[in-house]
Design a protein around this ligand. Sequence first.
Ligand code: HEM
Length: 472
Amino acid sequence: MELLQVVFGVAMGALVVYQVLSKWNEVWYRIANQSLPLPPGTMGWPLIGESIPFWKRGPDFITAHQRRFGSMFKTHLFGSATVVCTDSDVNKYLLASESKGILLGYPGTFSEMLGKWSTFSLYGSEHKAMRGALISLISASVLKEQLLPKIDEFMKSYLSNWSDKTLDFQKKSNEVVMLLVLKLVASTEDNIALTKELEEAMHQVSLSFFTVAINLPGTTYNKGLKARRKLVQMLGKIIEERRASKCSRNNDILDSLLKNSEDSNSVIQTDEQIIDQIIGFVLSGYETASIVLMMAVKYLHDHPLAQDELRKENLEIRKGKPENYTLNWDDYKSMSFTRAVVLEALRMASIGLGFLRRTTVDTEIKGYVIPKGWTVFVSTVEINKDPDTYPEPLKFNPWRWLKSNLESYQYFMLFGGGARLCPGKELGILEISIFLHYLVTRYRWEEIGENKIVRFPRVEAPDGLYYRLRDC
Ligand code: HEM
């Protein structure tokens, strides 16, 4: 009897502790923001909030909470009180409101890894100037005259001799994007050892963007910091050599940056600024472009009709050209179905689920207030799968991009919006389109084993994404 009482007492105690802990955050934040009408929602346990269910369920977590609480709900993610917004109008407003105090909300590790001169670390006029400098490096005329010929040359050679090989496209997609961008930036391709070192260090830095900042030997953060220091050293040496040689004819991004730095009116003056621009250039489009490329290969494998259509368009472009042809700007501009495949893969993959912002003032939206200092999760999960914009949203259907003008649609958010709209959008689409051109005009690919894609936290196949290629 006594034992039963003890068990009962412990169970009741545990229940009370559980109830107190699970309501702790909600009560705490309600007291701290007493007079403010906070959005509805649950905030989970102290410190961890609802991070675990969010991490486990990703898009489903957002959808379930949206059904329960509406398109603006509060939660607590990764140590911060957060409001998730899934409403297109509100999201558009949030992305366009940097001047009203709604700033980038990525963890500090993000700008530590990218550097203090990265656009991700700058605001206001400094951001505008640095962003302008970056845009001038990838303007339409630079893409057309300088970058397209290099991308074409690289892809043509990278995608050769793949017949009868089994390749892991998860690895390949990372590799192709990284090697290509290193070529565009610093023309390192002839120095294999240096390229490998740069590739490894850049990859290590990219792994540290969202890591916990614990600087102990062996942690991802510690490895990221070391890799960044190594990059700074290596890039510094390349810059020194270029300056010493005086007559560099690489015609790459680094040459343009060095030339800019000689102009006293240019915003980029110091080596530190040049290095941060290079690291930002390589890493801002690394993960995004490689995931889209990998997912495009997978979706095309799973949808033979789309693959046939893509092949038809690209064989037509190849028709009448000499054997070792080069794609030109008009060819790229005529790849409408190819572009549609890239955009559809990007929409379906919903890479990052959304964008992070933080409030620097109490911000009133739709009758609610997001208190100063909270994180705002601008969720694109629902927008990218909205059946009114994208009928049958779960279907891979590149044709939808041909039939309507979705790319200029005001709620198009695949490349962000407002002052932070992706400046590398056209470069990213160009890289993937040229890759797809050489892939479909040369090969067909069949799946080896059962490839299970993990959609969240990162879109990746747990043990690789294997395809066997044969000539078509
Ligand atoms: C398919 C490929 C790509 C996708 C899906 C993509 C997506 C995005 C998105 C959604 C944002 C906005 C983030 C936010 O507002 O929080 C962004 C920003 C950015 N992207 Fe891309 N991106 C791609 C390729 C590239 C490439 C190739 C570059 C190389 C230059 C690049 C450079 C940047 C930079 C520098 C920013 C920050 C802009 C700023 O702070 O003003 N992106 N990208």
